[in-house]
Design a protein around this ligand. Structure first.
Ligand code: F6P
Length: 364
């Protein structure tokens, strides 16, 4: 039995399918197996700063396994080490709220924190750990871009959504003899585009790791038409960029832990392709549909395993760690190893080789 009696749990950063599966596993394992009380923190670090906490019982997490989103709420804006405060004169200043948070936690008798998040939230987790707070991290993101784990939950569900979108675009593209472009998320990594593109039979996949040449994409679409294929399917990762060009940034958000909002490359590519091929080209931006919906069995299982392992680490007093999938095992890695280095698609990836072998173009 653990010496710790009460733990806190929060979900930070963008949501993704599987968060509720993790919360359910944390609460069930903590209360039923280790005799720990669990306090849920609402809306990520923002809720922690504002003291919005509530007890989570087994009843509270009953029935949430298949639900998307997070019952706790989340935000990708609040960084407690650089929290924006507006003074009476209207001036915006940044305050370090970490000491207040430490006081809130000890006032509530919370002795350890389980932080479920992506690179941004796990970096904050690491800073808290360095300040002496016992923390354990759990990796989540649809982008699958954390280097210290084979997989983050949420990615598989996003992949299914993107693949289904491609299947649907295929039939209408074929009927109307159009070029269909699907823009998907993924930030600076091309995993969603690459894997959905292979699974959905795309003709061209554009990812941030391989800057593309418009002339090559055009040539590919035109060649298909000459071969009797009067439609083409192009998947574009939101972070893809042309050779010598830049990523398309939709918005820069002040005070956000994740200030660069990508998006818009699909329309840019669409205009260029329509001009150079003369074929009607339509663009679909899949957007937040990729973050919603019921998690796939893979994400439910991975989320459950992560939640159970995180509580086991808390019970053993192993802090400053992140749970990680090192297939087939769930292991613990140091938080400093887990953050800061993004896992992008390696150029020598077997996935790229296989895609090229079945005729998919990358515009390179
Ligand atoms: O990191 C997950 C993610 O969905 C990225 O793929 C995307 O760029 C970003 O979050 C979108 O964030 P927001 O929900 O703030 O628009």
């Amino acid at each position: 039995m653990s010496k710790i009696k009460r733990i806190g749990v929060l979900t930070g950063g963008g949501d993704c399918p599987g968060l509720n599966a993790v919360l359910r596993a944390v609460v069930k394992a903590a209360t039923q197996e280790h005799g720990l009380e669990v306090i849920g923190i609402e809306d990520g670090f923002g809720g922690l700063i504002e003291g919005r906490l509530r007890r989570l019982t087994v009843q509270d997490v009953s029935g949430i396994l298949p639900r998307g989103g997070t019952i706790l709420g989340t935000t990708n804006r609040d960084n407690p080490f650089k929290y924006p405060v507006i003074l009476e004169n209207g001036q915006r200043v940044y305050k370090d709220k970490s000491a207040e948070i430490m006081d809130t936690l000890s006032g509530q008798g919370i002795e350890a924190l389980v932080i479920i998040g992506g690179d941004g939230s796990l970096s904050i987790a690491r800073e808290f750990h360095e300040q002496g707070l016992p923390v354990v991290g759990i990796p989540k993101t649809i982008d699958n871009d954390l280097s210290a784990t084979d997989a983050t939950f949420g990615f598989d569900t996003a992949l299914v959504t993107a693949t289904e979108a491609l299947d649907k675009l295929h039939t209408t593209a074929e009927s109307h003899h159009r070029v269909m472009i699907l823009e998907v998320m993924g930030r600076y990594a091309g995993w969603i585009a690459l894997e959905a593109g292979i699974a959905g039979g795309a003709d061209v996949i554009l990812i941030p790791e391989i800057p593309f040449d418009y002339a090559k994409i055009c040539a590919k679409v035109v060649k298909r038409r000459e071969q009797g294929k009067r439609f083409s399917i192009v998947v574009v990762a939101e972070g893809a960029k042309p050779l010598g060009g830049e990523m398309v940034v939709q918005q820069v958000i002040a005070d956000s832990a994740d200030p660069i909002r990508l998006g818009g490359i699909g329309n840019v590519v669409g205009k260029q392709l329509e001009a150079c091929t003369g074929m009607e080209t339509r663009v679909t931006v899949l957007g937040h549909l990729q973050r919603g919906g019921s998690p796939t069995p893979f994400d439910r299982i991975l989320g459950t395993r992560y939640g159970v392992k995180a509580v086991e680490l808390v019970a053993k007093g192993e802090f400053g760690k992140m749970v990680s999938l090192r297939t087939p095992d769930i292991v613990a890695v140091a938080l400093e190893e887990a953050v800061g280095v993004l896992r992008t698609v390696p150029l020598d990836s077997d996935l790229i080789r296989a895609a090229k072998s079945v005729g998919i173009g990358f515009g390179d």
